[in-house]
Design a protein around this ligand. Sequence first.
Ligand SMILES: *Cc1c(COP(=O)(O)O)cnc(C)c1O
Length: 392
Amino acid sequence: MKGFEYLQEELDQMKEEGTFRTLVSIESEQGSKVVINGKEVIQLSSNNYLGLTTHPRLKQAALQAVNEYGAGTGSVRTIAGTFSMHDELEKKLAKFKHTEAALVFQSGFTTNQGVLSSILTNQDVVISDALNHASIIDGIRLTKAARKVYKHVDMNDLEKALQETQQYRKRIIVTDGVFSMDGNIAPLPQIVELAEKYDALVMVDDAHASGVLGENGRGTVNHFNLDGRVHIQVGTLSKAVGVLGGYIASTQTLIDYLIHKGRPFLFSTSHPPAVTAACIEAVDVLLEEPELIEKLWDNTEFFKEGLQKLGFQTGTSETPITPIFVGGESLAHQFSDKLLEYGVFAQGIAFPTVERGKARVRTIVTAQHSRDELEKALEIFEKAGKELGILR
Ligand SMILES: *Cc1c(COP(=O)(O)O)cnc(C)c1O
């Protein structure tokens, strides 16, 4: 069919630059090892921090929900698609996050979009970290509010932005809790102090911190003892929780407002029973199996140190997300391809997901990885790194 030649041109350009990618299909369950192209490899690219995607309790909860309630809900939440289990999950999440209320959206992406697009007008301003997630950026694009971007985790620049925006009705500072490409933690205590000094709201996206940081994985707010001082906490149910979805944990006022105005919430069908039941079970697992988070951090320390000892550049990471910087866009993909050939799945990440010149292979260890698997992975990184001249 004719019509897309202009898009094909751009794709051909990407092929020339070595940045064109095809999707990698996994032929097994998501675990510390996965099957790709018929071969078992060590998985270091998933967000399955605690191995909950295949946890027996979650699988059992999902199966039981399908048997009792069926495969789908048949409606959006606000019309006929709120089941009692949706309420139960939200109550559990609010309690978990120590907030008055919580509201679940279809994904973390639509949560950010939904909240930012609905609570601000042209009388307001969003103040956003330069490296915030795409879903925050898209949420900001959908508001009529003014916007200011401060340099990544630069508190002087944030204060400057706050001083320059005093004329607005509401100011909201938005930050990732853990930055998804670098693995560093936002300086939340300083952000909250500045917000209190200048009377601004704070919104934290804890997609990569939920289930990872804080008591039982409550996130960055709890990690920094800031319970009650951050206005909006965003979480995902798709990463450490192992299933699918996003949520807001906040005050009853904000939740009531979003039920009326949050467009992805209003106009998209609610989660199927299997998803909701598995998420409920996952919160119980977080509360009852804290050893999973301990294992995650043990593995993180072991693997990060191993990479650094080999001489890889791992940047500012403080979490299970460890990037390995290689520089060139196409080198990141070559490195990733070589790792896969030798038995490790670790995706190359390049522009436009990260800045040009900051291309990397990103790794995420999980609680499921055995020491043997991580040692084997380090050997493979060393071999591939030397072959490509990333290591000397
Ligand atoms: C992954 C991610 C999201 C999106 O979450 P999904 O549930 O996968 O849609 C939002 N924010 C951040 C910081 C993320 O890393």
